[in-house]
Write a protein that binds this ligand. Structure first.
Ligand code: C2E
Ligand code: MG
Ligand code: MG
Ligand code: MG
Length: 283
């Protein structure tokens, strides 16, 4: 009987593997036309001043809903796009679409900065700097209003190459953020060498910060360290007021999270901004 059960488990397990494999295969096949036909979408999540609660900018986040596959999360398709080389086309589309939106917002009087996520592979693309610089200037935007986010682990793939590329981007006037900080095993010596302006504390340290003293300790010392290195600190993944209050007390600079807003399509974001703004000025 035991053998039979084990066998059934083995079959279920391998079917699960097949399903996963099949989905990955379908994603790889469907992605290129989704990119070409502009069926990817950008959503925008506000970044706010931690102390004042004022909205200072947005982070652009990719969304993809495919007819057959349903919602495909960026965590699922970005790694595959890196493997197939599709990532470069995706990055170009994301930059163009996000910068178009920022240009529109600036014309409409929304005083916002923009953050764009780059993948590890983008840092190995020699024309990256020229591409984003041209795309930014073409729209009459200043690189100073644009932050390029790279994850700590992306930097660690090839730190020497990453440092060079990030330096070029900074020399062109862009701001650099180290994303998901605390999960990628960069040593303090490496952190000191990174040409960065902003450190985004991974949400795994933030989510339970109000109830877990160890998380508060880690975040407190990371904020002190970041400030010593002249880095702006951003806490991501704030889901409740209690977490925000702790971060205010710890002197964090910027905050992001569902507590303020989920990532929203551009028109929805504008509505959210007006509501939030109105509420704040009445308070
Ligand atoms: P990320 O850059 O660290 O983005 C933050 C992620 O946390 C987003 O997930 C966002 O929706 C989510 N988030 C924000 N606030 C909260 C919160 O309060 N609670 C929780 N539980 N989650 C929150 P998303 O949009 O699924 O993106 C996942 C990752 O995919 C991003 O992590 C980024 O690494 C990557 N990604 C997204 N868009 C792009 C893109 O245009 N290009 C590249 N290369 N990567 C992207
Ligand atoms: Mg990010
Ligand atoms: Mg992050
Ligand atoms: Mg992330």
């Amino acid at each position: 009987r035991q053998a039979k059960r084990d066998n059934r488990f083995a079959v279920a397990y391998s079917q699960g593997m097949d399903e996963q494999y099949l989905r990955r295969l379908q994603i790889v096949q469907a992605l290129p036309s989704a990119v070409r036909e502009h069926r990817l979408q950008l959503h925008f999540q506000p970044k706010l001043s931690c102390q004042s609660g004022q909205v200072i900018g947005v982070e652009a986040l990719l969304r993809w809903r495919d007819e057959q596959l349903g919602v495909v999360r960026p965590d699922e398709f970005i790694p595959l796009a890196e493997q197939t080389g599709e990532i470069q086309r995706i990055t170009r589309w994301v930059c163009a679409a996000a910068l178009d939106q920022l240009q529109l917002w600036h014309e409409q009087g929304f005083d916002l900065t923009l953050a764009i996520n780059l993948s590890a592979l983008d840092l190995q693309w020699p024309e990256l700097v020229e591409f984003v610089t041209t795309a930014t200037h073409q729209r009459g935007l200043s690189p100073a209003s644009i932050t390029l986010e790279v994850t700590e682990s992306a930097v660690m793939v090839d730190p020497e190459q990453a440092i060079l590329r990030l330096q070029e981007l900074r020399e062109a006037g862009f701001k650099i953020a180290i994303d998901d900080y605390g999960t990628g095993y960069a040593s303090l010596a490496q952190l000191k060498r990174l040409p960065a302006d902003e450190l985004k504390l991974d949400r795994s340290f933030i989510q339970n910060i109000a109830t877990t003293p160890e998380d508060e300790t880690i975040v407190r010392s990371t904020i002190l360290l970041a400030h010593d290195l002249n880095l702006t600190t951003v806490a991501e993944g704030i889901e409740e007021d209690a977490a925000w209050q702790v971060l205010k007390r710890l002197g964090c600079d910027l905050v992001q999270g569902y507590y303020f807003s989920r990532p929203l399509a551009a028109a929805q974001f504008e509505r959210w901004w007006r509501d939030y703004h109105g509420e704040n000025s009445n308070a």
